[in-house]
Ligand binder design. Structure first.
Ligand SMILES: [Zn+2]
Ligand SMILES: [Zn+2]
Length: 359
């Protein structure tokens, strides 16, 4: 609490002058730049970052750039921190408060927002907060107003930073409505696949099976929530999945690879009458071929959740606060901000699921 306490009484306090922010210059090349954090404007908060988390999206961006962000750009979007300064009109937060937030928020009154589909609001993506791999981060007013929360005291900063990925998972489950007596197959043993497994088990789902690749990841999936893991590289993997649920196959298949092959796998493996969730976005330009006979005569339901709505963020916040998921176990590496390049090298090797980056 020491650094936070320094700022507690003076809302207009100047942040540390030598703040650092990681810039992605081009794929594979990072630079830690010094910058002077801007004083927060009306409705804004300047956060002193306590923890940022690596994410699959960051890894993809580090590898090949991102269609939505022009490089060089600051990056990192999963974070938690302490208010260093609050802009005019911010009533719910004050300097020294520990805060967790999603990196996006909808406008609240466009076509999609009016229909409860705030995840499709243009503002959510257009004004996404980037730059959490830094000492300080400016939270814009729309995020402060809708998707920022006081971090519970018993929740570590690094677990609080899971708010964004868990919100995506909560949104997917709100669409798929898993039932307690179901068998759920998760395709992909990365951080998202395992986070789905954790949330499903916490919700009381009877059988959660993770099919994926890599002994290390499958080992983690088994330790962290899956009732059973299936090595997708083995020849008998399809047979093992078909044998689930008394030989009917999984009731619900959740794809978490972001690869077309994973989407096809989820479509093929679900039982007749089952639901498929395409969770991981694939590369631009890719398409999915669907067997119409299978789709129709097997009465499948295909779902493609994208991002999250404020109600999903509130649910994710409550779940993290209750600490029943054990979601902190996903963070199995920690590095300093000046070791960020090493973090991505480590993720490339699948040597960690999620890495905490601590300024
Ligand atoms: Zn993320
Ligand atoms: Zn909107």
């Amino acid at each position: 609490m020491s650094a936070a306490a320094d700022h507690r009484t003076d809302a207009a306090v100047a942040p540390a002058p030598r703040a650092r922010q990681a810039m992605l210059l081009e794929p594979g090349r990072l630079e830690l730049r010094e910058f002077t954090p801007a004083a927060p404007g009306p409705g804004e908060l300047l956060l002193k970052i306590e923890c940022a988390l690596s994410c699959g999206t960051d890894l993809k961006t580090w590898r090949r750039g991102h269609p939505m962000w022009k490089l060089p750009a600051p990056f990192g979007h999963e974070f938690a921190g302490v208010v260093a300064a609050a802009g005019a009109g911010v009533e719910q937060f004050k300097p020294g408060d520990a805060v967790m937030a999603a990196p996006t928020a909808p406008c609240g009154d466009c076509f999609f927002c009016a229909r409860g589909q705030e995840n499709l609001c243009a503002q959510a993506m257009d004004r996404m907060v980037m730059g959490a791999y830094a000492d300080y981060l400016l939270l814009p007013a729309h995020v402060v107003a809708r998707n920022a929360f006081h971090k519970p005291d018993n929740l570590p900063f690094e677990e609080a930073a899971l708010l964004e990925p868990l919100s995506c998972v909560v949104h997917a489950h709100a669409m798929a409505r898993p039932e307690r007596d179901e068998t759920v197959l998760i395709v992909g043993a990365g951080a998202f696949g395992i986070l789905h497994a954790m949330a499903l088990k916490a919700a009381g789902v009877r059988e959660v099976v993770v099919a994926g690749r890599g002994a290390q990841r499958l080992g983690w999936a088994g330790e962290m929530g899956a009732d059973r893991v299936i090595d997708a590289a083995r020849e008998d993997a399809a047979g093992a999945i078909a044998g689930l649920n008394g030989g009917h196959g999984p009731d619900l298949a959740i794809e978490c690879t972001g690869q077309v092959a994973g989407w096809e796998d989820a479509f093929r493996r679900v039982r007749r009458g089952g639901r498929v969730v395409f969770f991981g976005g694939c590369a631009p330009g890719t398409t999915l071929g669907v067997d119409t006979r299978r789709m129709h005569y097997d009465n499948l339901t295909l779902l493609a959740p994208f991002h999250f709505r404020p109600r999903d963020v509130r649910d994710a916040f409550a779940m993290l606060g209750a600490r029943r998921l054990g979601a902190g176990r996903l963070i199995n590496a920690r590095r300093r901000l000046d070791q960020l390049s090493e973090v991505f090298a480590m993720l490339e090797r699948s040597a960690a699921l999620k890495c905490a980056v601590i300024p």
